[in-house]
Design a protein around this ligand. Structure first.
Ligand SMILES: C[S@@+](CC[C@H](N)C(=O)[O-])C[C@H]1O[C@@H](n2cnc3c(N)ncnc32)[C@H](O)[C@@H]1O
Length: 218
C-alpha cells in the first residue's frame, strides 16, 4: 500500500458504495455552512451503519455524537419500522441542526435526540432501558472517553447486538501507530478491551479512520 493507492482506494469505495440520496448529499455542506465541524462519517460508513442496523433487525439503537444527523439518518433507515434511535449530543447547535435534518429526512418519528453530556445521559438510560436491550450502538463522541463509555454501554447491548466504533484507528490529528495523544491511547485501550472480552467477537478494519465492530455472543 502506498499513500496514492490508499487515496485511490478511498475514491473507489466512495464511487462504488457511496451513493446517497439528494438530502444526504447536501447535508454535510449545509452543516459546514451553519458552522458545524466537518467531522461526520462519509457515505460508505453511513451505508455500513445502515447495513449493520438492518442485520441486527434493530429495534433500539444508541448513537453517541449526533453532530448534524448524518450518521443518524443512515441508522434510522436501517431500523425495523417500529425501531428507535436515541442519539446523544452535548452541543445545542448541533442538536438543533440535526433535529431539522431528521425531520427533512422523514425519520424524526424514530429518532430522539438526548441533549447533554453523554456520561450523564448514559446514566439516565441505564435506569430506563432493560439490560441487554440495545441492538446497535454507534460510538462517535469524544474519543478520550471511549473506554468509560464502553464500560457504561457494555451491559446494555443485547446478545447478537453490535458495537460499532468510529476512529478505531485514527483521526485527522492522530493515528494508532503513535500513542502519544490521549485519543489514540483511548482508542487503543477500547480496541483491546473488546478484543479480549470473552463475551464479544470484535474486529477493526481500516475503512476511513478505522471502524471497529463487536458483536455480543453471550
Ligand atoms: C464526530 S461528531 C459525530 C458525527 C456523527 N456521528 C456523524 O457521523 O454524522 C462528534 C459529536 O459528539 C459530540 N460530543 C462531544 N462530546 C460529547 C459528550 N461528552 N456528550 C455528548 N456529545 C458529545 C460533539 O458535539 C459532536 O457533535
Amino acid at each position: 500500500m502506498t499513500p496514492d493507492r490508499w487515496q485511490a482506494t478511498e475514491s473507489y469505495l466512495a464511487e462504488v458504495f457511496g451513493r446517497e440520496d439528494a438530502h444526504l448529499a447536501q447535508l454535510q455542506s449545509k452543516a459546514i455552512e451553519a458552522g458545524l465541524p466537518d467531522i461526520a462519517v462519509d457515505a460508505v460508513v453511513g451505508r455500513l451503519l445502515l447495513l449493520l442496523t438492518g442485520l441486527t433487525r434493530g429495534r433500539r439503537a444508541i448513537e453517541l455524537g449526533t453532530l448534524g444527523g448524518y450518521s443518524g439518518i443512515w441508522m434510522a433507515r436501517g431500523l425495523q419500522p417500529d425501531g428507535k434511535l436515541i442519539t446523544l449530543e452535548i452541543d445545542e447547535k448541533h442538536g438543533n441542526f440535526a433535529q431539522d435534518q431528521f425531520t427533512q429526512a422523514g425519520v424524526a418519528d424514530r429518532v430522539e435526540i438526548r441533549r447533554g453530556d453523554a456520561l450523564d445521559t448514559l446514566g439516565e438510560l441505564k435506569g430506563e432501558l432493560a439490560p441487554r436491550s440495545v441492538d446497535l450502538v454507534f460510538l462517535d463522541a469524544d474519543k478520550e472517553r471511549y473506554p468509560t463509555y464502553w464500560k457504561l454501554l457494555r451491559p446494555m447491548i443485547a446478545v447478537g447486538g453490535l458495537l460499532v466504533m468510529d476512529n478505531a484507528l485514527g483521526s485527522v490529528s492522530w493515528w494508532i501507530d503513535d500513542l502519544s495523544s490521549p485519543s489514540a491511547r483511548a482508542a487503543d485501550e477500547t480496541n483491546r478491551l473488546l478484543a479480549d472480552d470473552p463475551d464479544f467477537e470484535a474486529v477493526a478494519f481500516p475503512l476511513r479512520q478505522g471502524i471497529m465492530i463487536a458483536r455480543r455472543i453471550r
